[in-house]
Design a protein around this ligand. Structure first.
Ligand code: DC
Length: 226
């Protein structure tokens, strides 16, 4: 079967990562969580007090950042490492969510991460999820999905995800964060979130994870067999 590139884009908290992870597992493909990469840069900038308006400091910081993904042998989960340290839990905290859209709107940050993502995915057999995968990173991806879900459902899912990691966050705060990120992510100048013309819409409001995974796996198998 032909190896393909699967691009999954969409708004925050509509199930992209869980779906992309499960699709990759079902097809025995690699999974690249591009949102985690923007979160790592945000964590590094916050910890090192990098001014977001200082291009020189930003360029220097980007040179110092190495992001890798490793499979946790005990759980089988794909975890994110920043300069050799496991930051998987840290990058999901609210403080990062509250700053990541501003950091990911910076041109130098996008240029650096897009180039890394293109290297990581070039041998195909890969599922990437993000905001600009089907429009910029792999505009020629074999299968493009654009995911969305009802706003309240997204907020509840994100709150549960945080709760499962021992972070109890008020639903109104989660909603406010999602609203803000939707706005910044889709109106920024540098590669804003938008549906690629040839992307297939998948609305996950009334879908279970298994159903949305199955739908995308079937679409992928269709592309892999031609
Ligand atoms: O998917 P996520 O919520 O972990 O993404 C975090 C932020 O990173 C999101 O608010 C926008 C940004 N992002 C991006 O600009 N481009 C991507 N390919 C992935 C994420």
């Amino acid at each position: 079967m032909k190896k393909i590139i699967i691009a999954i884009d969409g708004y925050s908290a509509c199930g992209k990562s869980s779906t992309a992870k499960a699709v990759a597992k079902a097809l025995n493909y690699n999974y690249i969580d591009t949102g985690a990469m923007y979160r790592c840069v945000t964590l590094y900038f916050l910890e090192n007090h990098i001014e977001l308006t200082n291009p020189k400091l930003i360029a220097k910081a980007l040179d110092e950042i190495e992001i890798t993904f490793h499979i946790n042998e005990k759980t089988g989960a794909n975890e994110t490492y920043l300069n050799g340290l496991n930051v998987e839990d840290k990058i999901r905290e609210m403080e990062i969510s509250q700053n990541v859209s501003q950091v990911s709107a910076i041109k130098e940050v996008r240029v650096a991460l897009v180039s890394q993502q293109q290297k990581m995915g070039k041998s195909k057999g890969v599922v990437l999820d993000g905001r600009d995968i089907g429009t910029v990173v792999f505009a020629d991806a074999d299968l493009k999905i654009f995911m969305n879900a009802d706003f309240d459902v997204r907020a509840e899912r994100r709150q549960k995800e945080l709760f499962d990691k021992d972070n109890l966050v008020n639903l109104d705060i989660v909603k406010e964060n999602l609203r803000k990120r939707d706005k910044i992510d889709s109106t920024r100048e540098e590669s804003p979130l938008k549906k690629a013309e040839d992307a297939i819409d998948v609305d996950t409001t009334h879908f279970t994870l298994e159903e949305q995974v199955e739908e995308i796996v079937q679409l992928a198998l269709g592309k892999m067999s031609v």
